[in-house]
Design a binder for this molecule. Structure first.
Ligand SMILES: [Mg+2]
Length: 303
């Protein structure tokens, strides 16, 4: 992009420091120094205008924050500490350098509470819409990574916060549950974990598939966010029972909550219990004691 050299010198001046970063933005590669016994965890997550955000509504600062926070939430899902991030941005032609700076500042700002600096990346412009991709590096730092595949029949299923209705705004402003995840994983009774990005029904199905188990969920026990209640109120014709069920459906299927879902063989002191892992296949929901198959309706990318 025009003025790329100026932008890079601006980036160099604005990068956050971290004791792990020996060399940050400015060379061909960044140089990190990780403690010798750390496992390195790596992931990438991309966001597209019109899918994960709307550039006509959301500021570049908010978009940058979300791009980083989604990756920090993946660190939470695995109970690792964020170490550094790389950012690739495809800018629509003509948006200008200030827009790129705001995107970058949003990412830096979101990373700061977690000591996770942006140490490199690439910026280009094209005739398409804005695409932001962040690669995250995490480290185990004394806590064994928690996977999706460790759930066992008899384990209890928990979520860390109220769900549903994130489209009203929370999907841009959530806080990654890194500290909570490290606390839970450090307690040693967590058998599997995932961050709720695609919706409880879909993310729980992923855990079940990868663990080779089934699940039973007591739908009334799912903590419902006020946003989900707000979204269920327009059903003025429905009776109160049906309205409540609509709110639970938002909590089950909406996604982008970025709370954690985990399974435990013990009794953790945080989280709301919503069900248990079974030795059957498939997920059964029970609502007012009536069982029903719980089919994933959360977000799925189709190609
Ligand atoms: Mg995830």
């Amino acid at each position: 992009m025009p003025g790329e050299f100026d932008f890079i010198s601006w980036l160099r001046q604005h990068q956050s420091r971290s004791p792990l970063v020996r060399l940050g933005i400015g060379d061909d590669l960044a140089v990190l120094k990780l403690p010798a016994d750390d496992l390195l965890l790596v992931g990438v997550d991309q966001m597209m205008d019109g899918v994960h955000f709307d550039s006509a509504i959301h500021t570049p600062r908010a978009i940058g924050r979300k791009a980083m926070n989604r990756n920090l939430s993946d660190c939470a899902a695995m109970a690792c500490l964020p170490a550094a991030a790389l950012a690739t941005i495809c800018l629509p032609k003509g948006v200008g350098e200030d827009y790129a700076r705001e995107l970058y500042l949003g990412m830096t700002e979101a990373g700061q509470p977690f000591d996770c600096p942006v140490v490199g990346g690439d910026t280009g412009s094209w005739s398409g819409k804005l695409v932001v991709s962040v690669t995250i590096l995490g480290r185990s730092a004394g806590v064994e990574p928690v996977t999706r595949s460790g759930a066992k029949p008899g384990d209890t299923i928990y979520v860390t916060g109220p769900l549903g209705g994130s489209i009203l705004g929370r999907h841009m402003t959530f806080e990654p549950r890194v500290k909570l995840a490290r606390y839970l994983a450090g307690s040693g009774t967590i058998t599997s974990m995932i961050d709720l990005s695609d919706g409880l029904s879909r993310d729980l199905a992923n855990v079940c598939r990868q663990s080779g188990v089934g699940a039973r969920v007591a739908i009334e026990s799912i903590p419902v966010h006020d946003d989900a209640l707000k979204m269920s109120v327009p059903n003025l014709d429905a009776d109160v029972v049906a309205q409540t069920r609509v709110a639970f459906d938002h909590a089950l299927h909406d996604g982008e909550d970025y709370e954690l879902l985990f399974t435990s063989s013990g009794t953790p002191d945080v989280g709301t219990r919503i069900g248990e892992i079974t030795n059957t296949t498939g997920i059964i929901g029970t609502y007012r004691n009536v069982p029903e198959p719980l089919t994933p309706r959360g977000w799925e990318h189709t190609l």
